[in-house]
Design a protein around this ligand. Sequence first.
Ligand code: ADP
Length: 681
Amino acid sequence: MAKVLVVFMVGIIIPTAFLAYLGILSVREETRLLAAESEERVGKTLRAMQDQAVAILEASRKYVETVVPSNINPKRAGISFLIILDSEHHLVYPIREGPEQEERSLPFLQVRFHQSQLSAERAELKDHDYARAEEEYRALARQVPLPYWKAKFLLLAANCLVKQGAEDQAEALYQEILSRYSAEPDERGRPFGLLIALQIMDLQIQEDRRSLAIATALNVYQDMLNGHWKISWENEQYFARTLQDRLAELGGSMSAADHHQFSVLNSSWRFKESAATQARNFVASRWGEILSIVMRDQATTRPLLIFESPDINRGLWVIPTIDPLTGSRIGWVIAEISCREIWAQIGGTLDELAGASHAAYRLRLRETNILKSHQDPGNHYYPLSSYIPVTFPNVSLEVGQLTDMPVQRLASRRRRIYISVVILAVCVILVALYATWHAVTRELQLTELKSRFVASVSHELKTPLSIIGLIGQRLKLGSHRTKEQVGEYYGILAEETDRLKVLIDDVLDFSRLLENRQPYRMEPTDLSVLISESIDRCRRMHPEEHLDIAFQKSEDPFRVKMDREAIGRVILNLLDNAVKYSPADRIHITVSLKREDRDVVLSVADEGLGIAAEEQELIFERFYRGMSSMSHQKTNGVGLGLSIVEQIVKAHNGSISLKSTPGSGSVFSVRLPANGDSALG
Ligand code: ADP
């Protein structure tokens, strides 16, 4: 058995399993390749999408940056609020705040120049010798090295010229200072340029050159609003008020164009004032928190678009200003923008890309908020995802291949086919395994049956043969005393020969039955006669026992079509068993014969040992010998009788049944069709 299984496994299972294994490997490899290919495609799409999204965002950032250097202008499309901070987080735009704008200490003046300064001041303020004072101031301006003092002394010289009444010369000197030291701040942080412009304007008013004075004032006002002067908010407010006052005074001499320019500048100023308040509030209340976000996202040198509220249409650009030489951050540009257009633009571009490469995508803000998606996001896989770098730490882009790609469909179909083939192969192997196992088990059973058969038969043959041999020996030696004894010897010889004959008949019948070639000769037979004959035969077979056999029949004669000899064997077998399995002192057997519908029922009842319930099925099997045969010494037999009986009855299209109670007897009933239509008839 084990050998057969090993051969079976080596021959079928191992090659099939190997083939299945190869198949699984190839399917896995194919799946892997497909996944890699699809991932590559998806990867390309993702990169393209990312690039596009970044380009759109970059454009928005650049726009914000280009707006910055221009003047204070209320009309800035898409930007609702804009400020610039320096590296110390002081405002630079729209207004200047910060330590360098505050009042500063005077640059140090050497002692010898200080002496000269005192002398010049004496000449001007005490002696009223303006010519000498002017001379001395000019000399000082030439000698001192610092631009602040140069500008300061030249300004004092020009004032002396005014006091002398030499306005033209004074103006020329003002222009000179203006051209050389315009941006230089004085001790209060006010640029000389601005101060002198006001002086020139005053001069022009004095000389009654009003239109010139108006032009000068408007220009200075304009320049200041354009951020030409890097001055503190306080100074700017001071100059603005001064200019506004002067221009208001000069209002009567203004042309219509002047009036218009003046009102435009005034409204710009008001805008700047409100922008200044807004900027200061922003820095005071919101900047700290925004800075912590920027620091958390480690975006201190890269631009960042932040959403402070759930409203994704209002973004706050926080753009670090980088020094191109050192690469370090020198400040921040902060702008609140409307993002509606950006989303629309990104969505349109991504849709286009997704459509072109059969991809699904999802643009998400903070894991949950889906900004844009192509294809129903629930139905498709998004194997690749990426954050939009540089600007969007919170926004992720996920891209997936749509599952209905033809190549994927093909692959999954192939996979399905392959898996079904493998399952089928496994089923076939299992069925084959079961069939082999079944066949081998049957073969083994048969072999065991045969060996049991041979053992039983040889045992059964041995007993009568040795008796016959012994009697033969005695007769030959003449070791008998009386004639009766000789008669007895012959009797024993006949009996044992009979037993042998029965046994050999059993064996022959059995092997014939095994090969299924028992020739039955169906002929009408009087069953009651056959039974009576069988009873007589039985009595002859057991001469030493007292057999009490009753025969009850419902009619006489009882004609049925059957094989006389075979049915005779059935009856004799049942009678013989009834005798064998009854105690010697209680052999009461009842044979009955009756008709039931269209059948004939023959039963043999005894009051013997009976058969246990669990054995009642088994006793019809070949070579099966029950408990009664083991416990009962006198019984001989090989366990074939009942299986032969069953075979014969079945061949006659009949059936055999048993009712038995252990200890009180058994009834075997044979039911045959009355018309004798047998399977072999
Ligand atoms: P054998 O009689 O040669 O053992 P059988 O096939 O005739 O073989 O019977 C099989 C078994 O059935 C017997 O060994 C016996 O245990 C049991 N058997 C048959 N007939 C009877 C009976 N009338 N009463 C009790 N047991 C019986």
